[in-house]
Design a protein around this ligand. Structure first.
Ligand code: GDP
Ligand code: IMO
Ligand code: MG
Length: 427
């Protein structure tokens, strides 16, 4: 039973941080398995609000061991500043474990991310500019720097040389930028080595031993299903696999160990950055969702694009992740609409399409087919059980469940830990 995956079912920012934190008190390990500090996970504990980027949300639960798996890309300067920020607020971070095989986001990867986006002009992806794509590209190209390389100066220098040989040609000749000096990068990276060393561990061994001892391990996805490099709206995606399979490769745990996959699903839809978004709203409703839902990026501060709930996407997330449950978040944000449109299918070039089209062209042409559901006006933020919800809110949840293909086992009615209606236990 012990391994659970918790991941975003849409384009990220579904409320994964809150959901992970909620479970953090009952699990032994919380593991990030992909992505890096492109994530922005908000956790509200009492009157304290935390914004986590690289660290697993389990770091806020004292009994829990937070783990950064091999599939994550680690910016050492961000890691250290996030740790010291939490320490200053009295959070004990000493249990953190970091895989020696995780790749390092180097300063030149951040530079390449930014200049590439600038070069793409209006074709840009709208990345977070944190060096995520270039670092994964280096990993796949076998010129990446890993956490363990910080502990062998000679290997580190050779690897940085190999990476910069090509990059400096591109930076100077194509992008008209100054070359980056090998020594400067090596010196900066070595400066982090000692501070990070206490956390470095064989996380694959640790996690598999924990599972053998029936400990509970929670894998916390960054980003979301439609930002997945394989299963998302390519090329408008991130450069890793937030989908459930990513937990296996990104942490070194076999699929037979995973018993539950929970999709975090917002009661409407948001997206940051470029790319298709069939239910996007450009009117007052979109503005209202953004305002009421506080839809502003935690990492980049950009306004999120907002739209109605899209059941085609939810069904797709159920399929590619093998979801066993949904955690529906931000239902409270929809309070006050007389009627709430829900996208049940797409119309593509005159045809009705029930499932997400695999063709990028078709998806770009997809127009939402809406069904109108009756809204509610009562404040639901104090609701503790499903029965406390107004009838129309109950019907909205039931309709979404029916369309999405997995049971809705929890409902968020506010950002706080206790602003949650638990229908089925996750453990
Ligand atoms: P993540 O990236 O998936 O962790 O989500 P973000 O933290 O980027 O964005 C989710 C936002 O919604 C945060 O500000 C959360 O505090 C907030 N939130 C989470 N669940 C709920 C909920 O049920 N209701 C409301 N009103 N806010 C929520
Ligand atoms: P959390 O974990 C929403 C988006 C970026 C951009 C694309 C590629 O908070 O849900 P990248 O920097 O990863 O190469 O950018 O992915 N993106 C996110 N959108 N939430 C996130 O994380 C995101 N992380 C990346 O906006 O469109
Ligand atoms: Mg976020």
């Amino acid at each position: 039973m012990p391994a659970l995956v918790l991941l975003g079912a849409q384009w990220g920012d579904e409320g994964k941080g809150k959901a992970t934190d909620l479970l953090g008190g009952s699990v032994d390990y919380v593991v990030r398995y992909q992505g890096g500090n492109n994530a922005g996970h908000t956790v509200v504990v009492g009157d304290q609000k935390y914004a986590l980027h690289l660290l697993p949300s389990g770091i806020l639960s004292p009994g829990c061991t937070p783990v950064i798996g091999n599939g994550v890309v680690v910016d050492p300067s961000v890691l250290l500043s996030e740790l010291s920020g939490l320490n200053e607020r009295g959070v004990d971070t000493s249990k953190l474990l970091i895989s020696g095989n995780a790749h390092i986001i180097t300063p030149y990867n951040v530079t390449v991310d930014k200049v590439t986006e600038r070069f793409l002009g209006k074709r840009k992806i709208g990345t977070t500019g944190r060096g995520i794509g270039p670092t994964y590209a280096d990993k796949i190209n076998r010129v990446g720097i890993r956490v363990q390389d910080l502990y062998d100066e000679s290997i580190l220098t050779q690897k940085v040389e190999a990476a910069l040989d090509v990059k400096n040609q591109i930076l100077t000749k194509l992008y008209n930028r100054r070359a980056i000096a090998v020594e400067q990068v090596v010196e900066e990276l070595l400066g982090y080595a000692e501070k990070i060393e206490p956390y470095v561990a064989d996380t694959v061994l640790v996690l598999n031993e924990a599972l053998e001892q029936d400990k509970v391990v929670l894998f916390e996805g960054g980003q979301g299903t439609l930002l997945d490099i394989d299963h998302g709206t390519y090329p408008f995606v991130t450069s890793s696999n937030p989908t459930a399979g990513g937990a296996c490769t990104g942490a070194g745990v076999g699929p037979t160990k995973i018993s539950r996959v929970i999709g975090i699903l917002k009661a409407y839809t948001t997206r940051v950055g470029a790319g298709p978004f069939p239910t996007e709203l450009f009117d007052e409703d979109g503005e209202a969702l953004r305002r009421i839902g506080g839809e502003r990026g935690v990492t980049t501060g950009r306004d999120r694009r907002c739209g109605w709930f899209d059941a085609v996407i939810a069904r797709y997330a159920t399929r590619v992740n093998g979801l066993t449950d949904f955690f529906l978040t931000k239902l409270d944000v929809l309070t006050g609409w007389e009627q709430i449109p829900v996208c049940v299918a797409y119309e593509i070039d005159g045809r009705r399409v029930e499932e997400l089209p695999y063709s990028q062209t078709d998806f770009h042409h997809a127009k939402p087919v809406y069904e109108m559901l009756p809204g509610w006006s009562e404040d639901i933020s104090k609701a503790k059980t499903f029965a406390d919800l107004p009838k129309n809110a109950q019907a909205y949840v039931k309709a979404l469940e029916e369309m999405s293909g997995a049971p809705i086992s929890a409902i968020g009615v506010g950002p706080g830990r206790d602003e949650t209606i638990q229908i089925n236990s996750f453990l």
